[in-house]
Design a protein around this ligand. Structure first.
Ligand code: ZN
Length: 186
């Protein structure tokens, strides 16, 4: 659970650390506001993918399922600045599927915590493997990292792309190309 009192104290210290007057009008409620906001944007820590992937439906058609352009917002664990973009998830069922909105919910579980993009990409793939037991899954995440674009190398709009493949997608360039084709990236 997010401890809002600790966050409030920490934000006060942070403000003092950058030389701010924590009692000035504009900042007086900021620690409280950030504490509430953090409870929301780090809310994934209290969640488990099983809440969303636990209910499956039986199918006979085991063709590739693709859910693309799932918008997400996360926080980089190295700088505590946002990174955000889109996740694309494809899997080949093995008799079990989930409602499409559940894939987006699963992305949120892992996005709403301090993250590394590559790790998040793998966690999404692993959760789908674990609960849906598909023949394979492929996840692609494209994101802009504020820690790269508002400081440091400053390349606005530059995208970091990460991919995770599991099961039959591993080392199968035909399936991977089908995935990129369905995304319109070929
Ligand atoms: Zn960063």
């Amino acid at each position: 659970m997010v401890d809002q009192n600790k966050i409030k104290e920490a934000v006060k210290l942070l403000l003092q650390g950058i030389g701010e007057n924590v009692n000035r009008e504009g900042l007086v409620d900021t620690p409280e506001r950030i504490a509430r906001m953090y409870a929301e944007i780090f809310g994934g820590m209290d969640q488990d993918a099983s809440e969303h992937l636990g209910r499956v439906f039986t199918v006979e058609n085991n063709e590739m399922v693709l859910e693309k352009d799932i918008v997400f917002y996360s926080m980089c664990e190295h700088h505590m600045l946002p990174f955000f973009g889109k996740a694309h998830i494809a899997y080949i069922p093995n008799g079990k599927v989930v409602g499409l909105s559940k894939l987006a919910r699963t992305v949120e579980v892992y996005a709403r915590r301090l993250q590394i993009q590559e790790k998040m990409t793998g966690q999404i793939a692993d959760a789908i493997m674990k609960y849906l037991e598909p023949q394979g899954v492929m996840v692609m995440v494209e994101a802009e990292h504020m820690c790269m674009t508002m400081r440091g190398v400053k390349k606005p709009g530059s995208q970091t792309v990460s991919i995770a493949t599991r099961g039959v997608f591993r080392d199968n360039s035909r399936l991977q190309e089908q995935f990129f084709g369905m995304l319109g990236r070929r």
